[in-house]
Structure formats: C-alpha cells, structure tokens
Write a protein that binds this ligand. Sequence first.
Ligand code: 8DG
Ligand code: MG
Ligand code: MG
Length: 147
Amino acid sequence: MENGEAAPVPRVAVVVFLLKGRSVLLGRRRSSVGDSTFALPGGHLEFGESFEECAKREVKEETGMEIEKTEFLTVTNNVFKEIRKPCHYVTIFVRATPADSEQAPQNLEADKCDGWDWYEWGNLPKPLFGPLERMVNEGYNPFPLPL
Ligand code: 8DG
Ligand code: MG
Ligand code: MG
C-alpha cells in the first residue's frame, strides 16, 4: 500500500440493541463513518473477548450503563465504500436490558456521540446509521416475542 499503510481488512464490531419497554437506546454519531446518523452503542471486538464481554464493555465505556441478559441476535456484513477511508465491518448484533432500569445513559465519549436517548421502536429518529436502517427497512425487530 501507499505510505507504508497496511492493506485494509474486515473488522468485527459488536453493537447492542439495549431495550427498555418498547424503546431502544440510540445516539447520534460523530464519526467519519455515518456522521450525524442515529446508531446503537457498540464498537470493536478486542482480542480474546466474547461477544457478551465486548457488548458489556462498549456500553459501559460509551454510556456508563450496566447491562444484563445479553443475547446474540444476528450478524450483518457492512462495507462502507463511499468514504475517504473505506472500511468493512462484520457486525454482531446482540440485545440486552439495563441492569438498573432507573440508570440514565451518560454521554461519556462526547467526541464520538452527541448524546444518548431512548426511542420508541415505532417512532425511530432519522437518519438512522446505514446498517441499522437496512435492518429496519427489511422489517427486522430486535424485541423478544411475547410468550
Ligand atoms: P472502539 O474504539 O470503542 O472499539 O470503537 P468505536 O469508536 O466505539 O466504534 P464504532 O464506530 O462505534 O463501531 C464500530 C463499527 O461498528 C462502526 O464503525 C460500524 C459498525 N456498526 C454497524 N452498526 C453499528 C451501530 O448501530 N452502532 C455502532 N456503534 N457501530 C455500528 O455496522
Ligand atoms: Mg466504543
Ligand atoms: Mg461506538
């Protein structure tokens, strides 16, 4: 590669549908990937981590919240080509619930996010981050089915 940069490779991300009642936690991104779009908390899987450990760590780092009942949901392949530094993520989606339903999300990485809030699944904000928007458009629903 030019400038001695390593060739780009796909990376693994773990992102979390943090569910409270009929709402989901979203924050507006500040990033070269999906700037100004509403996205789930989450980030890069670190070496040796389980999906659950990564989910717990990213939610804690980004919002200060503790989560529980983490469950794997699905995986999608996301290639971001139309940006200055193209990137490719295999994104693992999990769902979880707040360990303490009274705990409010804090915006702990204000350089990466405008702030976190709960949004009703039937009334999501726009624009959603591309990978999430595609799932919503395909009718994906992260909530558990009622028994
Ligand atoms: P880290 O340094 O904390 O590990 O990374 P981060 O700064 O938190 O990474 P991120 O951009 O929030 O997440 C990594 C990638 O995950 C992101 O660039 C693309 C992919 N991704 C999706 N969907 C979503 C989503 O809804 N939210 C987040 N945060 N990332 C997502 O494909
Ligand atoms: Mg992060
Ligand atoms: Mg993140």
